[in-house]
Design a binder for this molecule. Structure first.
Ligand code: TRP
Ligand code: SF4
Length: 404
């Protein structure tokens, strides 16, 4: 058992990864490996929620993406890499959570309507697509993850996950064993304290008064410090009793919004495969050069002699990610005075991207030449994940009365 807090995140296999994926997420995943017990998985079922009719592309995309992860620096010795669809436990938890999840919770998730509006060419009036964030909740809760590194766009999914966990614990965390444990813990308190605690619990349950909650928590903390034979489990039981949440079976995760760089696409809009404006992590140097040279610039610079404004130019966003202070000063001065041309300005970006890609391409080569090795890495990761997922499902089934 690792004592590091657990991190979990997933990505849909939508093809070869681009620089937006790297700077927006993957770089951060690599950074987290040392300090957390990291679980990273391929969300292939999630890909099917929008691309359910494209069966032939999925397998290639799955392994290409894992190669990109490893190329970027994910170390299969340090983190656990696996595939969602190899773990039917995710589907089981999804089904069980679905029973008690109000439809309104899913309809209200902002990405639901956004995506339906955005992906007009697809029929997303499906049950699976509505359930997207609940499947994501199952992915997270099954590993009792403390942290979920996701972009801002996914914050509402983590929030839904927290609500689902809270509701689950409330509904199923209060079985006979819980009640007996609470009674035993209360019996350890001096009589007056026990009466006082019950009074605060009732007040909080009826009015939601934060003051009553604080008083009850204070009393539990005092008991934990003062009473001989008091156990951590007693604290947990009484706090669950006080809040009305019961025992913690599913852990409420927190979103981990670390600062990430936002790279626009070649045309200045969001970098995205469907918009055809990407630089791939494994693009050849010649392709990188061609793409960057063709990038949109400040439209005011029609002729070489027209001055420009870096703030209105997507190439500047690339400089912010890739260039040092000297280069950036050179860009700002040269652009505003028309002292440099746009192709000149783009060259340091091209060089920096090609240099960044070199170790990725080298690492990827070994795996591309030896697909069995990639399969084996995923196999090992999947089995490691399965141990955790199975244990959680045991707890969940027992809590729901399904352990017959
Ligand atoms: N929805 C995520 C995305 O589009 C992918 C995902 C699926 C995920 N399950 C997850 C991310 C669980 C974090 C945790 O990027
Ligand atoms: Fe953009 Fe550089 Fe051209 Fe200015 S000089 S418009 S920053 S590419």
């Amino acid at each position: 058992m690792s004592i590091k807090p657990r991190v979990l995140s997933g990505m849909r296999p939508t093809g070869a990864l681009h620089l937006g994926h790297y700077h927006g997420a993957l770089k951060n995943w690599v950074r987290l490996q040392a300090d957390y017990e990291c679980f990273y998985f391929v969300a292939d079922w999630h890909a099917l929620t929008t691309h359910y009719e494209e069966r032939e592309v999925i397998e290639k995309n799955v392994y290409d993406m894992v190669i990109d992860w490893i190329a970027a620096g994910l170390d299969p010795e340090q983190c656990t890499i696996f595939i969602q669809s190899r773990l039917p436990e995710h589907a089981e938890l999804f089904t069980l959570l679905a029973m008690g999840t109000p439809l309104g919770w899913l309809e209200r998730v902002p990405t639901y309507k956004d995506q339906i509006d955005k992906l007009k060419d697809r029929d997303l009036a499906t049950y699976g697509f509505l359930g997207y964030p609940l499947l994501q909740a199952a992915d997270i809760l099954i590993y009792k993850a403390s942290y979920v590194p996701v972009g801002e766009d996914q914050a509402s999914h983590v929030e839904l996950t927290r609500e689902v966990a809270r509701r689950f614990n409330h509904l199923y965390g209060r079985g006979a064993a819980f009640e007996a444990g609470v009674a035993a813990a209360l019996a350890k308190l001096p009589k007056d304290d026990a009466r006082y605690f019950e009074k605060q619990r009732k007040a909080f349950g009826e009015t939601g008064a934060a003051e009553a909650l604080a008083k009850g928590e204070g009393l539990v903390r005092k008991a934990a410090a003062a009473i001989a034979g008091w156990a951590d489990a007693d604290t947990e039981l009484l706090l669950g009793h006080l809040r009305g949440s019961g025992k913690t079976i599913l852990v409420e995760p927190q979103a981990l919004h670390t600062e990430v760089a936002r790279l626009p696409g070649l045309d200045g809009t969001k970098m995205s495969k469907s918009l055809g404006n990407t630089v791939l992590m494994r693009d050849e140097p010649a392709a990188v050069e061609k793409k960057i040279r063709g990038m949109t610039t400040d439209p005011a610079r029609v002729r070489r002699t027209d001055p420009g404004d870096p703030e209105k130019c997507p190439v500047w966003q690339f400089h912010l990610v890739y260039s040092d202070a000297t280069t950036k000063d050179w860009v700002v001065a040269g652009c505003k005075s028309a002292g440099i041309g746009c192709l000149e300005c783009k060259q340091p970006v091209i060089d920096a991207i090609v240099a960044e890609q070199r170790p990725w391409r080298e690492r990827a080569e070994t795996y591309l030449a030896n697909p069995k090795h990639v399969h084996w890495i995923v196999e090992m990761g999947t089995e490691r994940a399965r141990v955790v997922a199975k244990q959680t499902m045991k707890d969940v089934r027992a809590a729901m009365g399904l352990d017959y």
